[in-house]
Design a binder for this molecule. Structure first.
Ligand code: FO1
Length: 326
């Protein structure tokens, strides 16, 4: 499965997802396709910004800012300085080099290109061998309901720093969106060997992908192991607001809750070594568990987790799908 053993599809959102996608990309090169959440996309200063696509793209190109996780390493901020001086909206930081990506994307989209076309061309120029596909070429916007107010995702995430409570989450436009046709075409020529759901926020990054009509059916129709990595480790999120959001939605913050969330979609769950004690509880839900080090602090950690996922999926490949609760 790794290298010569077949095509792998990864589903990913932003920073946490991009790290595992990077480990998989190092192992699999062109045999990896990453399907990316675009629910975080928004129009800002007249530009179309696709934060998760860019985070995955920059990470796989080896260009990401390692401390932020998003944006480019060695970025300069002359544009932001001037924007602030002019009284412009400076809550969302657009680096000088990063701006070029948004400008090219916006102008190509206005000229009639699809988000998939632009992403493919940018990835080509950046020398990325794996394929990166937006979940849809249509507009889907993750919206946060907080105490009666509806907030756009970046307004919630960046401007308000996730400080307001989440009452509910919806994916505006998802019901009218079409799953990216390049995704459904993927297995027409060659059936993938497995799907890996990266440790992205299940509620804010993976659910928008699943909300696109046909996404769940497409996953099930592949009839291959679908392995998810829990982003919750020892009752906390490795990064981002997953734990806070789960608490606010009345969901227990644990890897077991992630197992319940993904039940019916995945055929196995990778949990962190610190959660090994939850294995029996999760397996009693009919979901096989792999215990691994899921916190990725180094490049070697990304590769090691990628290998764990691929080996786990290989082991599940022979199992009857009904046995694993799908
Ligand atoms: N995240 C922040 O916390 N602050 C920012 O100012 C910010 C700017 C930004 C610009 C371009 C881009 O592609 C991503 C950016 N992000 C920023 C990250 C982004 O908001 C989130 O990481 C994702 O949407 C969540 O996955």
């Amino acid at each position: 499965m790794s290298g010569s053993g077949g095509r792998i599809i990864a589903l990913a959102g932003g920073v946490g997802g991009a790290k595992l996608a990077d480990g998989l990309a190092q192992r699999l090169g062109e045999y990896l396709t990453v399907v990316v959440n675009t629910g975080d996309d928004f129009e800002h200063l007249g530009m179309h910004v696709s934060p998760d696509l860019d985070t995955v793209m920059y990470t796989l190109a080896g260009l990401a800012n390692p401390s932020q996780g998003w944006g480019l390493e060695g970025e300069s901020w002359v544009f932001m300085d001037q924007l602030s001086r002019l009284g412009g909206p400076d809550w969302f930081k657009l680096g000088d080099r990063d701006l070029a990506t948004h400008a090219i994307r916006t102008s190509r989209l206005r000229g009639g290109a699809t988000l998939s076309d632009v992403t493919e061309d940018l990835c080509g120029v950046l020398g990325i061998r794996s394929r990166i596909l937006p979940m849809s070429d249509d507009s889907v916007r993750t919206m946060i309901q907080s105490d009666g107010k509806i907030l756009g995702f970046q307004e919630y995430f960046v401007r308000l720093r996730c400080e307001v409570p989440v009452t509910s989450i919806c994916f505006e436009g998802a019901d009218r969106a079409k799953l990216n046709p390049r995704i459904t075409k993927l297995h027409a020529s060659e059936r993938p060997a497995a799907v890996v759901i990266c440790p992205s926020n299940p509620y804010l990054s993976i659910d928008p992908i699943m909300a696109v009509p046909g996404a769940r059916e497409w996953l099930a129709s592949l009839r291959v192991p679908v392995v998810a990595v829990s982003p919750i480790v020892a009752g906390s999120a490795i990064k981002g607001p997953a734990a806070k959001v789960m608490g606010e939605l009345g969901i227990q913050v644990s890897a077991s809750a992630i197992a319940r969330h993904y039940r019916g979609v995945v055929s196995g769950l990778v949990i962190d070594v610190s959660d090994a004690a939850l294995s029996n509880e999760i397996e009693s839900m009919g979901l096989p568990v792999r215990v691994a080090q899921t916190v990725m602090s180094s490049a070697a950690d990304r590769l090691a987790l990628a290998d764990e996922c691929l080996e786990f999926a290989r082991g599940l490949a022979g199992r009857a799908l009904e046995d694993s609760g799908r």
